[in-house]
Ligand binder design. Structure first.
Ligand code: HEM
Ligand code: HEM
Length: 193
C-alpha cells in the first residue's frame, strides 16, 4: 500500500529531522574547530610568539567565549526539537499518528518490524536526549548542583551515539526503499503525494 504523508506529518518530520541534524552539527563544531582545549593552546601559542604573556585561565576563558555564540544554537535547535515533540503528541492525541512502539507491535511482516523497530529506538533516544538536555539546562532552577548532575551529562553524551546509529539506519532504510521499490518515498516526504 502506498504511504500518505499529510502536511502536518511532514512538518513534524522535518522540524524533528532538521533540529536533530542542527543539534549534531553544534556538537561537531564544539568538539572540533571550536574546542576550547585546542583553541586555548592556539591562543597561548600566538600570544607567546608575539612576546605577550597570557595566563592559561585567560586563554581558556577567551576560547570558551568564542565558542559560546555557536553553542547558543544547541539551545535554539533544542526549542525546535521541543516543538516537534509537541506536534507529535498533538498528532497522537488527535489520532493522526501512533506511538512508534504501537506501530512496532502491530507490524506483522519482518521488514515492517525492522523499520518500526528502528523508529521506536530512534524516537526513544531522541526523547532521552530531550529529557536529559532539558534537565541539564534547568538543573539550577530545579535545585541541583553541578557536581550532582555529572552523570546526567555523561548519559546525554552517551545517548547521542544511539541517535547517530539509528539516524544512520533510518537513512539507509529510506534510501533502500527509494531505490528498490517504485514508490518515491523521499520526495513524498518533502512535497506530499
Ligand atoms: C536526523 C534526521 C532524521 C530523523 C530524526 C528522522 C526521523 C524519522 C522518524 C522517527 C520517522 C518515522 C515516523 C513514524 O513512525 O511515524 C521517519 C520517517 C521517514 N523519514 Fe525521517 N528522519 C530524519 C531524516 C530523514 C531524511 C534526511 C530523510 C530523507 C532523505 C527522511 C525521510 C523519511 C521518510 C521517507 C520517512 C517515512 C518512512 C516510511 O513511513 O516508510 N528522514 N523519520
Ligand atoms: C539529538 C539531540 C542532542 C544531541 C545529539 C546533544 C548532544 C550533546 C552533547 C554531545 C553534549 C556535551 C558537549 C560537551 O560537553 O562536549 C551536550 C551538552 C548539552 N546539551 Fe545537548 N544534545 C541534544 C539535545 C539537547 C536538548 C534537547 C537540550 C535541551 C536544552 C540540550 C541541552 C544541553 C545542555 C544544557 C548541555 C550542557 C552544555 C554545557 O555543559 O556546556 N541538548 N549535548
Amino acid at each position: 500500500m502506498q504511504k500518505q504523508f499529510t502536511p502536518l506529518y511532514r512538518i513534524w518530520h522535518w522540524t524533528m529531522a532538521l533540529s536533530v541534524i542542527g543539534l549534531l552539527a553544534t556538537v561537531a563544531l564544539r568538539k572540533s574547530f571550536l574546542s576550547w582545549r585546542t583553541n586555548t593552546e592556539i591562543i597561548m601559542t600566538k600570544f607567546q610568539d608575539a612576546g605577550v604573556e597570557v595566563t592559561h585561565e585567560l586563554a581558556k576563558a577567551t576560547a570558551k567565549a568564542i565558542r559560546s555564540g555557536m553553542w547558543e544554537w544547541h539551545y535554539i535547535f533544542a526549542i525546535f526539537l521541543g516543538i516537534s515533540i509537541a506536534i507529535r503528541i498533538y498528532m497522537m492525541l488527535t489520532k493522526q499518528a501512533k506511538l512508534p512502539i504501537v506501530n512496532f507491535f502491530q507490524a506483522s511482516i519482518f521488514e515492517k518490524k525492522m523499520q518500526t523497530g528502528v523508529y521506536t529506538l530512534l524516537c526513544f533516544f531522541i526523547m532521552m536526549m530531550a529529557l536529559s538536555g532539558g534537565f541539564l539546562y534547568f538543573y539550577e532552577a530545579l535545585g541541583f548542583t553541578k557536581d550532582s548532575i555529572h552523570w546526567v551529562k555523561e548519559t546525554h553524551e552517551l545517548m547521542m551515539w544511539g541517535v547517530i546509529v539509528f539516524v544512520g539506519l533510518h537513512l539507509v532504510g529510506v534510501l533502500k526503499h527509494e531505490l528498490t521499490t517504485k514508490e518515491p518515498i523521499i520526495s513524498k516526504m518533502i512535497h506530499g503525494d
